[in-house]
Design a protein around this ligand. Sequence first.
Ligand code: NAD
Ligand code: UFG
Length: 338
Amino acid sequence: MAILITGGAGFIGSHTCVEMLEAGKEIVVIDNYANSSPKACERVKAITGKDFPYIECDIRDEEKLNKVFASYKIDAVVHFAGLKAVGESCVKPVEYYDNNVGGTLTLLKAMKSAGVKTMIFSSSATVYGGENPVPFKEDMKIGGTTNPYGTTKLFIENILTDLCKADKDWSVSLLRYFNPIGAHESGMIGEAPNGTPNNLMPYIAQVAVGKLKQLSVYGNDYNTPDGTGVRDYIHVVDLAKGHVFACNRALSVKGCEIYNLGTGRGVSVLDLIKAFESANGIKIPYVVVPRRPGDIDVSYADVSKALNVLGWKTEKSAEDACRDSWNWQKNNPNGYDN
Ligand code: NAD
Ligand code: UFG
């Protein structure tokens, strides 16, 4: 009885492996290491003192997936594997649709052959588009994604929804993540982006460690209290714990359910810079530059459904996340390549 974790060597996946193991679950990880290192799995073992198999496997390789399902007794799949760089997806849309949508379809076929019909899927707040009022609620209309990456999430949500309509034995949890930041408090696992980071927190952390000179704040003319973009930054350990709750629920209830995983609080770019400075005593130099295309002004979650149905809520603050991000960054300035 094990949980298969696709993309388990990645940022959110590795933290979820820790929380699954701490919750007493057996896990099997598959990853093609397109954006990660198998070292993350070794570090998960060191943190938890627990063993598990991790296998190099692309989710588009049906034959290999079939072998994985034949080798282990899998109850549910927590599906993180995917490409996630918004800018890159605009340059390589076919690769993104192939990897994310095509990969998910292949995975679903292998699951069907193995008789495994429970999936927890990593969706994104990006599916709410730019038209909905905040806070975003699970029953709001979705669509209006502004890049191929976001559209892959929308397509996969639709595929999984249709699957649950067609076959009542399936159990699917669509988890819409807001903005994951932070790292495990051990400083042994964390976010290790390739090249210059696109996301705010890893950029701040690399400015702090001296790899980058200053942060560019993308616009201070948004309709927000200080003019900079507002997001719902969730500590990755809280997010990882949400998967344990969602998985337990999906293993006991059939059908497709959607949950926002966020804090319910909006934090501006300048607020996050201040939180990082006060948590770590490091000044972050920044300059305000024009808006980044495709960005919306405000995004934060209504988190009442996750609390009421799953019994899950976040426990950590933005300061905790800033401290833990910095602890990871300063101990691993080159990610897993040290
Ligand atoms: P990540 O890149 O660190 O992890 C994704 C993992 O999937 C990587 O280890 C990568 O090597 C692996 N992978 C990619 N394609 C694969 C394939 N074809 N076969 C096997 N493995 C493959 O990213 P993350 O931040 O941990 O994100 C995990 C999931 O959550 C992704 O699906 C992402 O789109 C989604 N998500 C992330 C965010 C975020 O801000 N980090 C927000 C919303 C949703
Ligand atoms: N920002 C800056 N400077 C930077 C990077 C970001 O000012 O160098 C600002 C952005 O303009 C935005 C905020 O910081 O206002 C957060 O930006 P991120 O790139 O960290 O996150 P996004 O909200 O743009 O996107 C993230 C994920 C997407 C996901 C989306 C919704 O990267 O994959 O959240 O879940 F789709």
